[in-house]
Design a protein around this ligand. Structure first.
Ligand SMILES: Cc1ncc(COP(=O)(O)O)c(C=O)c1O
Length: 422
């Protein structure tokens, strides 16, 4: 395919006529599809319905009645599953409620209100800044933005955040208190951090003594094509002499049920003691009935891994539909580039600068709602107006095929119009 960027004005005008006709034909179909958020499809959720069966045993192995009060940090069986699954000692895990984002928000609030390890609470400082590798997860950025933190965008590379930028920034500014990280199959690009990236994050010199890595391993076991191994940040930081630096988050939201799963925060011994000390005032403990239900359904870490094979089977045809269509319709067009994710929940694309918002608008007018352009950047502002997140998990394959065919037409239409403007 000759790149569109190489074509003459006349050629582009002829192509525009064709694409306009195709676009109108799509509009006439009156589609109504929502691809804006990364949610599992109903058919995928059905695979976990065993979790909903009536519980007949409400006791842990040690005889604890989960229907009653008690246990701040989670039942031992649930901790063991997470411990074996993620290679984290059980004593360094606190089991939370139904949302890891909630644990991240709480962790941030504790830093703002109480501070950590005797350092000044962040809420009492004039300025707090946070590094936001972008494109990234909009809710991360929102947590920090709500608290008045200045968000600093850092570029992503195929190995994780651009570590040259990160090291320079954190070394020279003590107002930079932390970084958001999605280390495996990142949202939205599906990038897995290299060992070198993990080691550099663990060992870099930070001007802030209480610098925190918010390590959100949300897609830690969510392979689709290949199970990639990412180095354990807790071990790496311990080895580098910075054991208190990371807070590690994980949940079963996209393993069992979003909004009804089980989450964890994991950290060093000292961090866990500090967190528990404050949490004791906040709660008697998270929902142990749900924890035991998860233990009874998955049985052990291997049971959970086996379940992820079933999840991968559900997701593979959907990812293939999007990736094959992009390849067939747009490869070599010069109008778009994308990463081929090995897992996770998203496919991230970059269209011609200045075209992302227009693609979203065109798709919406033809009945397909995409994640808003800019959502993957701090303050929802993509400086190039180029990045778009495709969430292929919720629609059926048939719906997805229609949506992605239309998406390709919108990318061509917006791209050609942009080139004709130049
Ligand atoms: C990177 C990332 N972290 C966290 C979450 C939300 O997790 P939870 O349901 O455990 O709050 C999501 C959901 O899309 C996500 O993509």
């Amino acid at each position: 395919m000759v790149e569109f960027t190489e074509k003459s004005k006349q050629e582009l005008e002829a192509l525009k006529e064709e694409v306009d006709k195709e676009y109108q034909a799509w509009k006439d179909k009156n589609l109504s599809l929502d691809m804006s958020r990364g949610k599992p499809a109903p058919a995928q959720l059905d695979k976990t319905n065993g979790l909903l069966k009536e519980m007949t045993d409400y006791h842990t192995e040690a005889g604890l009645d989960v229907r009653n009060y008690g246990v701040l940090d989670g039942i031992p069986e649930m901790k063991k599953i997470f411990s074996d699954l993620l290679d984290i000692p059980a004593q360094n895990i606190i089991v939370g409620g139904n949302s890891s984002l909630n644990l991240m928000f709480d962790a941030m609030m504790r830093l703002f209100v109480f501070g950590t390890m005797g350092e000044t609470p962040w809420g009492r400082l004039d300025k707090v800044k946070f590094l936001c590798p972008s494109p990234g997860y909009d809710r991360h950025f929102m947590v920090t933005q709500k608290l008045g933190v200045e968000l600093i965008s850092v570029d992503m590379t195929s190995e994780g955040p651009d570590m040259d930028q990160v090291e320079k920034l954190v070394a020279e500014d003590d107002a930079i208190k932390g970084i958001w990280c999605v280390p495996k199959y990142s949202n939205p690009q599906g990038i897995c951090y290299s060992d070198e990236t993990v080691d550099r994050l663990a060992s870099m010199k930070t001007a802030a003594k209480d610098f925190k890595i918010f390590w959100d391993n949300a897609y830690g076991v969510h392979w689709v094509f290949e199970d990639v191994k990412v180095k354990n940040i807790l071990d790496a930081c311990k080895e580098a002499g910075n054991p208190e630096r990371p807070y590690y988050f994980f949940s079963t939201s996209k393993i069992s049920f979003p909004g009804a799963g089980v989450s964890i925060i994991a950290a060093s011994d000292k961090n866990i003691a500090e967190i528990k000390n404050i949490m004791t005032a906040q709660t008697i403990g998270a929902d142990k009935i749900n924890q035991l239900r998860h233990v009874q359904f998955f049985k052990d870490a291997q049971g959970l891994r086996d379940h992820m094979k079933v999840m991968a089977e559900c997701l593979k045809p959907k990812f293939e539909t999007v990736l094959n269509t992009l390849e067939k319709e747009l490869k070599g067009s010069g109008l778009i580039s994308w990463e081929n994710p090995k897992g996770g929940y998203f496919i991230s694309v970059d269209v011609l600068p200045g075209c992302a918002k227009e693609v979203v608008r065109l798709a919406k007018e033809a009945g397909v709602v995409l994640t808003g352009a800019g959502a993957t950047y701090p303050y929802k502002k993509d400086p190039k107006d180029s990045n778009l997140r495709i969430a292929p998990t919720y629609p059926t394959v048939e719906e997805l095929q229609q949506a992605i065919d239309l998406f390709c037409v919108c990318v061509k239409k917006a791209g050609i119009e942009k080139l004709l403007e130049a």
